[in-house]
Design a protein around this ligand. Sequence first.
Ligand code: ADP
Ligand code: MG
Length: 533
Amino acid sequence: MYKRFYNFGLSDEVLNALSEMGFEKPTPIQESAVPPALEGLDIIGQAQTGTGKTAAFGIPIIEKGTRGKVPYAIILAPTRELAVQVAQELNKIGKNKGILSVPIYGGQSIERQIRSLKKGVDVVVGTPGRVLDHIRRRTLNLKNIRILVLDEADEMLNMGFIDDIETILRDIPEERQTMLFSATMPKEIMRIAAKYMNNPRRVAVDAKNMVVLKIKQVFYEVREEYKIKALTRLLDVEDPSLTLVFCHTKREVDEVAGKLQQMGYYAGAIHGDFTQSHRDEMMEKFKKGDIEILVATDVAARGLDITDVSHVVNYSIPQNPDSYIHRIGRTGRAGKSGIAITFVTPREYRQLRLIERSAKTRIEKAKLPTRDEVRRAREQEILDEIDDIIKDENHSGYLDMVDELSSRYPLRDIAASALSLIFSDIESDEDEDDAFTDGLSSAKNYVRLFMTVGKRDRVRVADIVRSIASGANIPGRKIGNIALFDKFSFVEIPRDLADRVISSVDNSVLNGRKIRVQPARAKKPAAFERNLC
Ligand code: ADP
Ligand code: MG
């Protein structure tokens, strides 16, 4: 059948735009959806995330449109991030035709949106709530709409947008083409399709083949309290480019991201409680690789297209099979391979089997890396780093020190001692049991220390970690939770290191202030504050 975009009979403007975007040939869903969509048929498209659904409806929309004043197409999408992303992709496809697509979502100033709508928009990409808002204010004119798309319909359903969507559907001229895209097709979606679509053509891409071909799926049995440790071991050994970690609740997202940050990983968090600008900033940082681990809830990460995610970690097991498919669809995008990791507590085996059965996939059990494997991975990493340093000549500032030492010791001893400085972190972990019997977060192994510095002294969590780690000469990752208050803070320290921390940090100076450290008195304060970034 079709193998190239030009077989679709597209205009040069669109063909050139696609080639500038690096699209060489259509993906399967594009191959089956674009031709009937160009003919004007209603379409129900089923394919999981990462298969190119946006262009599947975006190409026909742009091909059939012209630059005008009033929108001729509207796309409803579940989240602000997704609306922004779809609008961006449409603007790229429509570049040569000058067709303007604009995202409309809650959280952005409505006045600004009204101004841009007034100036003339061709394609509106919006979240249902905000679109409805504009309809009610009469700031969005839907009279000329010829094409309507429901993107990620199942997720809009999950998020409770169904009434809003039906209201919007009633406001759009019936003489229109409707396209609905969804990774799964629950009954409610089929009902909407039957009610509002006209003899729709169904196009599907076999979910099974899509998942299994490109994504390696494994699970680890991990008890709740050892998950952080399991995660960091995997991160250390697998050395992922970008990792997306899914948690079930916002609180868990905060906790996991906070822990990772304390342990020196470049981690960030997104969930619904953060402001839009914070979420945008995190996404940008993640895309650029400034943060390597993004911890998120399902909703916040919905539909995000980040090309280089090598690992998806289900820190908490997905609630249902659909969510599993969506989550792991964040990796292995656009032909790249990816790894999907799921943590399963002993009680969650049944849930895992359920997911395997409904998603028609096989998730292999894997063994967590041992301490030795972590160590070997770290050694390799350091060898590589040394390679780079020497190649880039970043070591020249230290040659004098080496010269001085070399009058007294052989070079081999000097180099090995320097390495031992780097590895002292790992060595001090040697006593840790592989079975995680003295796990990081089991509270009984920790004591809480009270420190007389707080936010008012412009002290951050990182400062406290640094002062304790260097003062007591212990690895930062051994330090547990830190709760920062205005004038004081609480720090959790492994019981066996507490004396060492007190004796070395008490009476020392931090940010120009002398600090006192002592064991905290029982009871946790009611308001446990954590300073995340
Ligand atoms: P979906 O909506 O199915 O989750 P997207 O439309 O977000 O998937 O596409 C996933 C990624 O693949 C995007 O980065 C997109 O630009 C890219 N992509 C889409 N179609 C093609 C194509 N034909 N060739 C190369 N890359 C493509
Ligand atoms: Mg999509």
